[in-house]
Design a binder for this molecule. Structure first.
Ligand code: ZN
Ligand code: ZN
Ligand code: ZN
Ligand code: ZN
Length: 234
């Protein structure tokens, strides 16, 4: 089997797209929803986030203007990163640090593209881009909604090449051989403590990352907000 990227869903309309197509789609899907809205009390930002080493993991988030980098830090830890409460920081340009009290609208005035580092040892580095801006009514519960997230890539087992990897041996991963399927993991010679589960996260196989501690669900908040946008059309 080969490494496979799966299509991702736009959670606004439910359509599925390839990684290449989804960015444009989400922008136009949001444009449609916001276009005729009469209430313009709040500015919403569309964020596109992916790790520096690949675009196979991504998030498209709708956030309110008052969302701070601290809120975003919390969200990214919860959905993608948290293993042992490492330090983190946001930057722009050539590593000028941004205070976490900054809101997204503060950030937009400084730079539309920022960077985020989680853990200064085994760092997971993310790119965060502001790719859209919309005016609308107040009413996005929780202030951050997921508009799309990549489905977990299918990663083949390094031993047999036939089945999907479900565990990563952190001792072998640096020699290009640590991704293991259910069968091959039983025969693997390394200590069991070396194994980590394969997760839908750019931090999979890094440090002690074992997946989301609790699932982040924003569908209900997004659906309610979309209904509100429909009501506020002229
Ligand atoms: Zn859509
Ligand atoms: Zn850790
Ligand atoms: Zn295998
Ligand atoms: Zn091993």
């Amino acid at each position: 089997m080969e490494y496979q990227i799966q299509k991702a869903k736009c959670l606004i309309c439910g359509s599925e797209f390839t990684q290449r197509g989804i960015s444009k789609h989400i922008q136009s899907c949001l444009n449609k929803r916001f276009k005729k809205v009469i209430d313009k009390d709040v500015t919403y930002y569309l964020l596109y986030i992916h790790p520096d080493f690949t675009k196979d993991y991504f998030l498209y988030l709708l956030v309110t203007q008052n969302t701070t980098l601290e809120d975003l830090d919390w969200f990214l830890r919860a959905i993608w990163l948290e293993c042992c409460y490492h330090m983190s920081a946001f930057f722009y340009g050539k590593y000028s640090e941004l205070p976490k009290e900054h809101t997204i609208s503060d950030v937009e005035k400084i730079s539309k593209e920022i960077f985020y580092h989680y853990d200064f040892g085994s760092t997971t580095a993310l790119h965060i881009k502001i790719i859209g801006k919309y005016e609308g009514p107040e009413g996005l519960e929780g202030n951050i909604a997921i508009l799309s997230r990549n489905r977990q890539p299918i990663i083949p087992c390094d031993e047999c090449g036939e089945r999907e990897a479900v565990q990563i041996c952190t001792a072998c991963v640096w020699d290009g051989g640590g991704w293991l399927c259910e069968e091959c993991v039983k025969k693997h010679p390394c200590e069991e403590e070396m194994l980590l589960p394969v997760c839908n996260s750019p931090r999979t196989g890094v440090c002690a990352y074992t997946g989301e501690e609790k699932e982040i669900r924003t569908d209900k908040a997004l659906n309610n907000f979309l209904k509100l946008l429909e009501k506020k059309q002229d």
